[in-house]
Write a protein that binds this ligand. Structure first.
Ligand SMILES: [Zn+2]
Length: 647
């Protein structure tokens, strides 16, 4: 049947049986294709029923294939029951006789196991119809866990062909089951017929339909009355949801049917899209769609076209990935430089971006760089193993940013013994709020590096600002946060000397060094996870590794007893002592042996004074909790008592 002829016939059919152009039904659309009406009966009740016949196939409600003409005449119409397939069923293992609409095959209809629907197009099925059918499949695949796959060897599958109309069997019947779709039908009819094949009935056959639509029996010829029978009690959709005028499975109105609420009269029979009710029904029977998988590499875009950089500065590159997934969370982003002198691989780091589709690639060229070009390759691998690569050339100009602190001569007015202008606080990095400015090794001494470490209530992590602009650690106020004189990107502690390299301006979250207009306190990303990373100065770029939160003064938890550790660190033990003075004898009574006191540590908030020959001219040593492990060899014979006291 050619297209033009179909259209004409279709228009004629609608003009007779349907009142409005928007109302659509496959029953009406098939009307001119029916060869005859055949009388049959419902097996369940024995009730008389009529079916329409196209090419020897009996259709109920216009487009639901229920058997051959001979079958339905002889055996009646089987119950339109669709059960849910077992989870363990697969199209390959689900056993059916599978003969083409043989009576034995269309009992025991099910949903398609695991939502996998193998199909094949008839060899002569034209390309434009294949595209339309695939569109219908896509509508369904997008909203439910259903996959239409091209059949290879599967036993149970849909055979899509042109048989002079649009029809389908109900549910998976087993074997090769026919689905006909041809020219002259709505695009949405593809989804409509596929939904029949998935097990769904017409909406207007629900048992409760008389509350929502009126069937005008007087306008329906006797031969057609059977097509408006209520048969919906078994349907996958019916009963679970409210009546759905918008369903793609609803027939259109007209002389034969009208909605109780007139505003829905033009809604019923839509074939534009799946309704929300259709989607719920599909999901109820088959589950929600799995995360969409693209079978292509993710597409990658870089935020900035600027690829020139001045030596000594750094650069943040936003990498956005679209992967056909709304959330491309499983991304591995790596970047490499081909010229380590210009840009070393360890100076490239990848940080989280603003959302799961974005990463920030940080490039930091070292100040010592003499300039040159490096080809940088950014590679992204998505959660499905697909990868994509983007290369760009980074030009680094040798012109140096003036970050070199120009030491100024100490002036006589510099108050090295300045007064404290803040309480002691932790400096928490914005890039990782679990990390605090700390002294490498934990003890304040000249030239000790400054790093970030997990925040603890340790004095080595407590800093205060002073009236001369210095930042000094709680452990000792004779040392100041300073710029490393050898590597001027790094910081360290040095004896306070009043120079600009020790002067800091805390402005909001940025801590700027007085010796440079550009440089602010910065966590270097050279160390995994930032823990232990060096803290240096770097031109201000605004990322969160340059931002600091001046935390509250940590509360020292002081217990009522001091835990004094002996042999801290290697197989020692601890004794818990209330504040007081203890002779060796008393200590022995508490479990401390006097023969091998070589190292001691005391818990936070306490200090311990070791007295040697305290009755005579012995020495004393004070240990406090800041001393992580006091070690003194050769004192074991000489300790005469220990005093524990709160600080
Ligand atoms: Zn239908």
């Amino acid at each position: 049947m050619n297209f033009k002829h179909s259209l004409t016939a279709l228009a004629a059919a609608i003009s007779v049986t349907a009142g409005t152009a928007s109302a659509y039904s496959e029953l009406d659309a098939n009307a001119d294709k029916f060869d005859k009406t055949v009388h049959s009966y419902l097996q369940e009740t024995g009730e008389a029923a009529t079916v329409q016949v196209i090419n020897g196939k009996a259709l109920l409600q216009g487009d639901i294939l229920v058997g051959t003409e001979e079958d339905v005449k002889t055996f009646g119409i089987e119950p339109l029951v669709v059960r849910k397939a077992n989870v363990s069923d697969t199209p390959d293992t689900y056993e059916q006789d599978g003969a083409f609409i043989a009576r034995s095959s269309w009992g025991g209809k099910t949903t398609w196991p695991n939502g996998i629907v193998p199909y094949e197009f008839a060899a002569e099925y034209p390309k434009h119809l294949r595209e339309k059918m695939k569109t219908g499949m896509k509508w369904i695949e997008e909203v439910a866990n259903i996959k239409f796959i091209e059949r290879t060897t599967e036993k149970n599958y849909i055979h899509i062909f042109e048989d002079g109309g649009a029809y389908s069997l109900l549910g998976m019947t087993g074997g090769r089951q026919p689905l006909s779709y041809t020219d002259g039908y709505a695009l949405g009819t593809t989804a409509h017929e596929l939904m029949h094949a998935l097990g769904f009935m017409h909406e207007q056959t629900r048992n409760d339909r008389d509350d929502y639509v009126t069937i005008h029996w007087n306008n329906i010829s006797d031969d057609w009355k059977g097509q408006y029978r209520k048969l919906g009690s078994y349907s996958l959709k019916h009963g679970s949801y409210g009546y759905d005028y918008h369903s793609i499975m609803h027939y259109g109105g007209g002389r034969s049917m009208s909605t109780k609420d007139p505003k829905f009269q033009r809604v019923i029979g839509q074939r534009e899209k799946l309704s929300e009710g259709d989607i719920k029904a599909l999901q109820s029977a088959y589950g929600k769609p799995e995360a969409k998988v693209t079978n292509t590499a993710p597409s990658l875009s870089l935020s900035s076209s600027s690829t020139s950089l001045v030596a000594g500065s750094n650069y943040g590159l936003r990498v956005r990935v679209s992967d056909g997934e709304t959330q491309a969370s499983q991304l591995t982003v790596t970047a490499q430089s081909n010229n380590q002198a210009v840009l070393a691989n360890y100076d490239i780091s990848v940080k989280p971006g603003r959302d799961s589709n974005e990463r920030l690639v940080m490039l930091q060229t070292r100040q010592q760089t003499s300039g040159g070009k490096a080809s940088v390759s950014v590679q992204v691998v998505d959660g499905h193993g697909y990868s994509t690569k983007h290369n760009f050339v980074l030009s680094v100009s040798p012109k140096k940013v003036t970050v070199t602190p120009k030491p100024t001569k100490p002036t006589t007015t510099t108050n090295v013994n300045a007064t404290r202008t803040s309480s002691y606080k932790s400096f928490i990095t914005e890039s990782n709020k679990n990390l605090c400015l700390d002294i490498k090794g934990g003890s304040a001494k000249a030239s000790a590096s400054v790093v970030v470490q997990p925040c603890k209530t340790q004095y080595s992590q407590q800093w205060a600002t002073f009236s001369d602009g210095t930042i000094r650690p709680r452990q000792t106020t004779s040392l100041c946060l300073d710029i490393n004189s050898k590597n001027q990107n790094l910081t360290q502690l040095n004896k306070c000397n009043g120079q600009n390299s020790q002067k800091w301006n805390v402005n909001g979250k940025f801590i700027k060094n007085a010796s440079s207009n550009y440089s602010v306190l910065d966590v270097f990303y050279s160390h995994p996870y930032g823990q232990g990373a060096h803290v240096g100065i770097w031109p201000k770029h605004g990322y969160n590794n340059q931002q600091w939160n001046l935390g509250q003064e940590p509360v020292q938890k002081v217990s009522s007893v001091a835990d004094v550790y002996k042999h801290c660190g290697f197989g020692g033990y601890k004794v818990s002592l209330k504040p007081g003075r203890y002779t060796l004898k008393q200590l022995q009574a508490k479990g401390m042996k006097n023969d091998d006191i070589s190292s001691l540590k005391v818990s936070a908030g306490y200090e311990v004074v070791l007295y040697q020959h305290d009755q005579f001219n012995g020495w004393r040593k004070t240990l406090n909790s800041d001393t992580s492990c006091f070690v003194e060899y050769g004192i074991n014979d000489h300790i005469s008592s220990i005093e524990v006291r709160k600080k």
